[in-house]
Design a binder for this molecule. Structure first.
Ligand SMILES: *Cc1c(COP(=O)(O)O)cnc(C)c1O
Length: 228
């Protein structure tokens, strides 16, 4: 799809248009749905036309890859907001704090504690989402559904993290709507006002359920060989 300079503005406009239509159709808040353009696996030459078209919020799922790609792009576009949307190992927390503007994958106490330490050390306070294992799947990252509200409280009160919302990736191969609805319920219970949910295949459903952030990759950047 949009893997060249001509295609990028069209793909971006098309997705922004679908986001806005979904937001209006379903009426309810939020006032704004943030498009997080998921650029993992794509090089700067693919990302650049999206920056030139005005997109500033991007998502990456690996610290190492973000470190290779984004510092140079940031020099030219200082107002970029980079979200970490993939699992974070505690030994990468320092680099993550240096590179990212939002961390969406806080999902365990040890990580929350180390992130808090690294933010204090860097004198930086980075807004975070708690990632919820919304299908309670064995292999999946995220805090268990039943522990979510307590974990959010603990992140805030014990670690002093700025938890601004919840994030989830619903199970493959099942309708996502009920999982998105459940994340919204948990968000209200935890007092976490933002919901990061919905990807290329289901972001409109997520918006209907109250998503404030949608994470869209392939619908913007085109086919991505399945490496992760
Ligand atoms: C890759 C990825 C996305 C984007 O997926 P698409 O289906 O390409 O839109 C969204 N969220 C997370 C956590 C991802 O890893």
């Amino acid at each position: 799809m949009a893997d060249n300079a001509a295609g990028a503005p069209i793909a971006l406009e098309h997705i922004c248009d679908r986001i806005e239509k979904a937001r209006q159709r379903f009426g309810a808040p939020p006032e704004k749905v943030e498009l997080v353009a998921v650029s993992k696996t794509f090089g700067p030459e693919v990302i650049e036309p999206f920056l030139a078209s005005g997109q500033r919020v991007f998502g990456e799922n690996r610290v190492q890859e973000a470190k290779e790609k984004w510092p140079a792009l940031r020099e030219r576009y200082p107002d970029i907001k980079l979200h970490l949307i993939g699992p974070l190992q505690t030994n990468k927390a320092r680099e993550a704090v240096a590179l990212f503007d939002v961390i969406q994958s806080v999902d365990r106490d040890k990580l929350a504690g180390i992130l808090a330490e690294e933010m204090a050390r860097a004198d930086k306070r980075i807004p975070c989402f708690v990632q919820v294992n919304i299908g309670d799947e064995e292999q999946k990252a995220g805090i268990a559904v039943a522990e979510t509200v307590d974990f959010v409280t603990r992140c805030r009160q014990v670690h002093g993290l700025d938890i601004i919302g919840l994030m989830c990736i619903p199970p493959d191969g099942k309708p996502a709507g009920p999982y998105f609805a459940q994340l919204a319920v948990l968000g209200r219970a935890a007092g976490a006002e933002n919901l990061s949910m919905g990807m290329s295949g289901d972001f409109e459903t997520a918006i209907a359920m109250g998503a404030t952030h949608v994470r869209v990759g392939s619908a913007l950047f085109g086919y991505r060989p399945k490496v992760q």
